[in-house]
Design a binder for this molecule. Structure first.
Ligand code: SF4
Length: 442
């Protein structure tokens, strides 16, 4: 069995999105009424493309091109503001992701926050999350983040071994990452999150542990451990790099045991939160969120949309140009409308794979049925020891992954993909086998 089939961080994947016609944002805006929504701004620029990167990001961009991008963000924000005001939308979370948000100059970063503050309404205690990067982290930029009220910074370190960073085609060095983390610590953000990768060519259990031990010197509140997926279309795929599942699985076990022994609570296959950190659990399956920028995704109930999925520079540039010439952001041209069945699958995927898990009665309230009756595969997973039924202090009953289920999240999760979505994803990647066949054979 291959434990590394697919990371199900959202559902359906963007590769299952298709062109849409006749859909207007105002038709769906009622789901954005009132408080508690998320706003995401995508900055799709990077210093260079990492070997494994399958995100919407472009390199070789000049400052005036970034300015043009921000002009478009402003136009999109103005148009969104008009309809969001009508339903008094208040955002409780703002995320600047990428790409590399700190690729922006100080002036551009300041302008970005000005645009957001001017056009959107935020709750006084909003969470503000920014993705940083070792090479772009400076005192001046951190000062801007601090003044903007950033509550959480996350940084992709990936490894403290220069040899492994080179294998990943990362531009930063281990020393640069250390210096950036020192700086970030000096600013005392409420939460610092660092990402690491395992399964890197040449990486050993010892070198992975060395990286994590070094990370702990900086006392991060959260650590994410990602297996090195080499997806269709990325540079490493062209170079013939593949994830070795057996050695990666051993590395995962060694690393997760280590982090748990060091006082980190494991909330998912990837996420480790230090026990001292207050747990903030929000129902993550049905949250509404608006995305700004090219590559930023919006979730408005049954409607999910964003620009077409792209990885290569030429495809990203093409969509970037389309974005910058868009005059009417109310017309939704690319995305997916989720049937009730797909919404159920999404709900299960978004809850089961992160602790405390999937709440049985909540599912019944939302969908009027028992989740075990609708998805018998969950019964099988109980029998196989991958999930357990357990109650919390409020006597709510959850289906929660056991440790055995947790480490197989990327094997179990894809089994919840519907045949229709699966086919659309396979069409995009021109997979000859079909994902289901690949899964059966694994
Ligand atoms: S992995 Fe992150 S830093 Fe690397 S190219 Fe992709 S978006 Fe940029």
């Amino acid at each position: 069995m291959n434990p590394y089939i697919q990371y199900m961080y959202s559902y359906p994947h963007k590769t299952a999105y298709r062109p849409l016609t006749g859909i207007h944002l105002s038709d769906y805006i009622s789901v954005m009424a009132g408080k508690g929504h998320g706003l995401y701004l995508h900055i799709p620029f990077c210093q260079s493309k990492c070997g494994y990167c399958n995100l919407f990001s472009v390199t070789g961009i000049e400052q005036d091109e970034v300015d043009r991008y921000l002009d478009t963000i402003e136009r999109q924000s103005r148009q969104y503001q008009e309809i969001l005001e009508s339903v008094q939308t208040e955002f409780s979370e703002l995320v600047l992701g990428g790409g590399t948000p700190l690729f922006l100059t100080e002036r551009q970063l300041g302008r970005t926050f000005d645009i957001l503050e001017k056009h959107f309404r935020f709750s006084p205690k909003r969470g503000l999350i920014v993705e940083t990067a070792p090479n772009q982290t400076t005192t001046e930029k951190l000062e801007i983040l601090k003044q903007a009220g950033v509550s959480r910074v996350s940084m992709g370190i990936q490894s403290f071994s220069d040899r492994e960073l080179t294998a990943l085609k990362r531009q930063h060095t281990a020393q640069k990452a250390r210096a950036a983390l020192e700086l970030i610590k000096a600013y005392d953000f409420s939460c610092v999150n660092v990402d690491f990768i395992y399964g890197i060519p040449g990486q050993t259990e010892t070198s992975l542990l060395d990286s994590l031990k070094e990370a702990l010197r900086f006392e991060p509140e959260e650590i994410f451990l990602y297996p090195l997926y080499v997806k269709h279309g990325v540079r490493m795929e062209r170079e013939g790099v593949v994830l070795e599942p057996e050695s990666a699985f051993v590395q995962y076990r060694v690393a997760s045991d280590f982090l748990r022994a060091e006082g980190y609570r494991q909330d998912s296959m990837r996420r480790f939160v230090h026990q001292k950190t207050a747990r903030i659990f929000s129902e993550c399956g049905f949250g509404t969120s608006i995305g700004l920028g090219c590559g930023g995704r919006s979730y408005l109930g049954e409607l999910h949309f964003c620009s077409p999925y792209a990885i290569t520079r030429s495809a990203c540039i093409e969509h970037l140009k389309e974005y910058e010439t868009t005059m009417d952001f109310m017309e939704i041209k690319h995305g997916i409308l989720l049937s009730e069945e797909e919404q159920k699958r999404r709900y299960i995927i978004r809850h089961l794979f992160i602790r405390p898990g999937l709440e049985q009665n909540r599912y019944r309230e939302l969908f009027g049925k028992d989740v075990l009756e609708e998805f018998p595969v969950l019964r099988e997973w109980i029998e196989q020891g991958f999930i357990v039924q357990q109650s919390d202090l409020d006597a709510k009953i959850y289906f929660a992954l056991t440790d055995a289920g947790l480490e197989l999240s990327d094997y179990l999760g894809p089994q919840l993909i519907s045949p229709k979505i699966n086919q659309a994803m396979c069409e995009w990647s021109q997979c000859k086998l079909g994902f289901c066949t690949a899964l059966q054979n694994s």
